[in-house]
Design a protein around this ligand. Structure first.
Ligand code: GRF
Length: 219
């Protein structure tokens, strides 16, 4: 089995990146993390990746001013130099243009801390509490030009408790993020995700119910 070469793109601490690096340590995992790329030189995840023996690269968006095309072409050059086959956004805080995404169509994944299609965008934990929602969670999806809107590959839900705060939700959602991102990457790397009418099928059937994807131990 040839393992798919993956780039993880980060902007911050990189806990999802770590989850992917850990998963890829298993011999039978179908992907390897070939490089971690950050758009910020001070991203904490860079040191963690280096300590794990993974190559790191910085493509500093501020050097390109408002010129997104030049930023993305620098990014593309890095990805090509590592012969990357799949890109995983993991707390990468830049929007990517349609032009760039076209090159990576169905080969670029993102993780979002909410149950999409609800609560797109930032500050999801605050907003679910304000909305008095009862269920929250995380979603891995293919990236399309419209933010947080691509076909869903994996989701996991958690209950919202009466005493939950943004902080407690952040901790519990992150726990499920760390489970579903490695799972989703595995499915994509194994070629088990197909698209039908803009929806993902896994092994030919719709993405299972969220609760079937998340282990049921207390979270
Ligand atoms: C995660 O909550 C992820 O869902 C969101 O950004 C956060 C990144 O956290 N896209 P980390 O850097 O992976 O710890």
């Amino acid at each position: 089995m040839s393992r798919k070469r993956v780039a993880v793109l980060i902007s911050g601490r990189g806990s999802n990146m770590v989850a992917l690096i850990e998963a890829a340590k298993a011999k039978d995992y179908p992907a390897e993390i070939a490089v971690v790329v950050s758009n910020r030189a001070d991203a904490g995840g860079l040191l963690v990746a280096s300590a794990a023996g993974i190559d790191t690269e910085i493509v500093d968006h501020t050097k390109f001013g408002q010129d997104r095309d030049r930023f993305e072409s620098a990014l593309q050059t890095v990805l090509e130099s590592y012969r990357i086959e799949i890109v995983c956004l993991a707390g990468f805080m830049r929007l990517l243009t349609a032009n760039f995404l076209e090159k990576w169509q169905w080969r670029i994944l993102n993780i979002h801390p909410a149950l999409l299609p609800d609560f797109k965008g930032l500050d999801t934990h605050r907003r679910v509490l304000e909305a008095n929602a009862k269920i929250h969670g995380a979603t891995v999806h293919f990236v399309v030009p419209e933010m947080d809107s691509g076909p869903i590959i994996a989701q996991a839900a958690i209950p919202i408790r009466p005493d939950d705060s943004e902080e407690t939700l952040a901790v519990r959602v992150l726990k499920v993020e760390h489970r579903i991102y490695p799972l989703a990457l595995k499915l994509v790397a194994e070629g088990r995700v197909q698209l039908k009418k803009n929806r993902c099928l896994i092994d030919g059937v719709p993405v299972p119910n969220v609760t079937d994807l998340a282990p049921t131990d207390p979270i």
